[in-house]
Design a protein around this ligand. Structure first.
Ligand code: 6PG
Length: 271
């Protein structure tokens, strides 16, 4: 049986408000980790949704830049496409252009996945880099302070796609995953690693994902078909950062109308 989890979902009225809510969440998770342990080790996702949040975090005129202790942040990726770091599809490139090129994050603290290499070689090297950074021994697994996930309309998260081999990987930290439905390979953290993180959050935007959000968080448990359901953090807590469109089919707090437009709300559900 899947582990019971308390899901706290923060719903923002618009995509811009969602980016601000996510930037605030990121900054407070990073500064809380630094306050508690001196450093923050964070794994981020790619795709398109996080871009606006990254840009806000890097904007020195906005609220969030000053809230992030950049020199104490260690950045990792949840997954990467098998392309060079200069490629338009590179998650690293997207993050660099939106944020890394504009913030005082020490280069040695930026651990990108080497999408330009053979996928299996890149996965083994990235696992070795994580083991070194977290000073792991034997079968120890890393405990990230924050893992920020996205979700596809097909219910995938990280590069854990439906009906792919990586879904049954329990011992490794990073794997190369063949994604037949995209005729490509990806490099991805495994879900047992994601579930060990102190904070795990999904950042999901848009009406096109509303049905998948409902299916994943309120529907029957079928992680082979909806891999995002494998995300059940050991902490028992999971955060969803959503815009009103993506949250449109989720339960609403009493007294809040179907639209929920024009205001943010926070609600909790047990899954
Ligand atoms: C990737 C991601 C992936 C992403 C989802 C959602 O490399 O594509 O890490 O898991 O989070 O596909 O992507 P969008 O934000 O572009 O919808």
């Amino acid at each position: 049986m899947p582990r019971p989890v308390s899901v706290r979902y923060r719903v923002s009225p618009t995509a811009n408000a969602l980016a601000a809510s996510a930037a605030e969440f990121f900054a407070s998770a990073v500064s809380a980790a630094v306050a508690a342990r001196g450093v923050a080790r964070v794994a981020i996702s790619g795709g398109t949704t996080p871009k606006a949040m990254f840009a806000l975090l890097a904007d020195r005129n906005a609220l969030y830049f000053a809230l992030v202790p950049w020199e104490r942040l260690y950045l990792f990726w949840v997954d990467e496409r098998c392309v060079p770091p200069t490629d338009k599809d590179s998650n690293y490139r997207m993050t660099k252009e939106a944020m890394l090129a504009k913030v005082p994050l020490p280069a040695a603290h930026i651990h990108r996945m080497e999408g330009e290499l053979d996928p299996e070689v890149a996965a083994v090297r990235y696992e070795a880099a994580i083991r070194k950074e977290f000073r792991l021994e034997g079968a120890q697994m890393p405990v990230f302070d924050l893992v920020l996930l996205g979700m596809g309309e097909d219910g995938h998260t990280a590069s854990l796609f439906p009906h792919t081999d990586a879904l049954t990987e329990l011992g490794r930290i990073v794997v190369a995953n063949h994604v037949a439905q995209k005729d490509t390979w990806r490099i991805t953290l495994t879900w047992p690693v994601i579930d060990r993180a102190r904070e795990v959050a999904f950042l999901i935007e848009g009406a096109a994902k509303a049905q998948t959000v409902q299916d994943v968080f309120c529907g029957a448990y079928d992680p082979e078909a909806k891999p995002a359901q494998l995300v059940r953090p050991a902490s028992g807590r999971l955060t969803l950062l959503l815009d009103a469109d993506a949250a449109s089919l989720l339960p609403r707090p009493a007294g809040r109308d179907a639209a929920g437009a024009g205001s943010s709300f926070v609600a909790t559900m047990e899954i």
